[in-house]
Design a protein around this ligand. Structure first.
Ligand code: F6R
Length: 357
């Protein structure tokens, strides 16, 4: 084993509370006075664009929504392999995310985009990477080496790094008061406990869930608002590890097509980030015999979100997303894959660093 763990992935999942704590400790001092931002190029910006692939793109989407929801900054995200045609407007803060810093699609996008009137910030787990060398500014994640092919702790490190950068940038450009930023940082400091709680709760709650879906060929993941990107991340992890089909949708889209997929027993994982309209979407699934696996919220299958730890959940994280929801999603994918006899550290057909286009 790996220090008492069955595989690298379970060790890397378990490390997430300490990764979050380390990252917050390293960055927090520079948030409140905007000084984290001072080392970075482009002090003024009108909009934010993020690029990345796979899990790094999902982390980027969370960071984009932090800029948008906390600071009112228009933000977009681009799939790196499709970014070349994109027009980057002057005054754009461009954030490229890559765990390895060597992903060919990201490097090519950085080469081909016209970034002459914008600034490129890299968020990477490898400070010596090609991406780090090409960027105007580099933020290194505090995740430590990640061996499992599926990205887990680096997702958490990327999101925390990006949110801290967003807060610092909002203070430095007068969009947020230092006092409000300090309140947000206090909120972020709860994250290690929320992640640890999510690990404990998920370890208890998931085994019977996994047993009940072993023979299911396909899964749906639903969310609304800030929960959508976590639905995307959950579906990605499930596909890559269990080799089962998984789709994610904004829950409101269900009735516009995907509802036809639901039959007796179809597993539907719902990220309950507190959106009231989710209830009617859940009722639609249940009325067709779908098996709802609810992450967080009232009556949840896996009560792993902050609002069930201390109610009412007071935080800002409910604006840019329940980051701790990624834990039960990672564990669901891993435990299903294990039960099906797959190697969770080395899923078939995949590589840790994708250096071809
Ligand atoms: C999913 C996964 C991949 C990577 C993607 C980008 O678990 O690991 O989707 O996130 O290949 O890799 P990096 O972050 O190295 O650019």
């Amino acid at each position: 084993g790996f220090a008492g763990f069955d595989d690298h992935m379970s060790k890397e999942i378990a490390e997430q509370p300490e990764v979050a704590a380390r990252t917050i400790d390293a960055l927090a001092p520079g948030v409140g006075d905007g000084s984290l931002w001072h080392g970075l190029v482009l002090p003024r910006f009108e909009r934010v664009a993020v690029i990345g692939c796979g899990t790094s793109l999902n982390a980027g989407r969370v960071i984009a929504s932090a800029f948008e929801r906390l600071g009112g900054v228009p933000s977009t995200s681009f799939i790196a392999s499709e970014a070349a045609e994109t027009v980057i407007e002057p005054g754009t803060l461009m954030i490229a995310l890559s765990q390895s810093g060597e992903t060919a699609d990201v490097l090519r996008a950085v080469d081909e985009l016209d970034l002459s009137r914008s600034s490129l910030v890299a968020i990477t787990n490898n400070e010596h990477s090609t991406l780090a060398r090409r960027a105007d500014s580099v933020l290194t994640c505090q995740a430590g080496p990640e061996i499992g092919v599926a990205a887990t702790k680096t997702f958490v490190a990327q999101v925390v790094t990006g949110v801290a950068t967003a807060l610092s940038a909002l203070v430095a450009t007068g969009r947020m008061t230092p006092g409000e930023a300090a309140r947000q940082v206090d909120d972020l400091k709860r994250l290690p406990d929320l992640l640890a709680h999510a690990i404990a709760v998920s370890s208890e709650a998931l085994p019977p869930v996994v047993d009940s879906v072993l023979d299911e060929p396909g899964f749906l993941f639903l969310g609304r608002g800030s929960g959508i990107v976590f639905a995307a991340e959950g579906a990605l992890k499930l596909k890559e590890l269990s080799y089962r089909w998984a789709e994610h949708y904004p829950a409101g889209e269900l009735k516009h097509g995907p509802l036809a997929l639901i039959q007796e027993g179809t597993p539907v994982v719902v990220i309950d980030s507190g959106e009231r309209r989710l209830e009617s979407n859940i009722a639609e699934v249940e009325a067709r015999g779908g098996r709802v696996i609810r992450i967080g919220g009232p009556g949840s299958t896996v009560p792993a979100l902050g609002q069930s730890l201390t109610a009412p959940f007071p935080g800002a994280m409910d604006r840019w997303g329940p980051l701790e929801s990624v834990v039960p999603l990672q564990m669901l994918a891993r435990e299903l894959a294990k039960a099906l006899g797959h190697d969770v550290d080395k899923p078939r057909n995949l590589a840790k660093s994708v250096t071809v286009e």
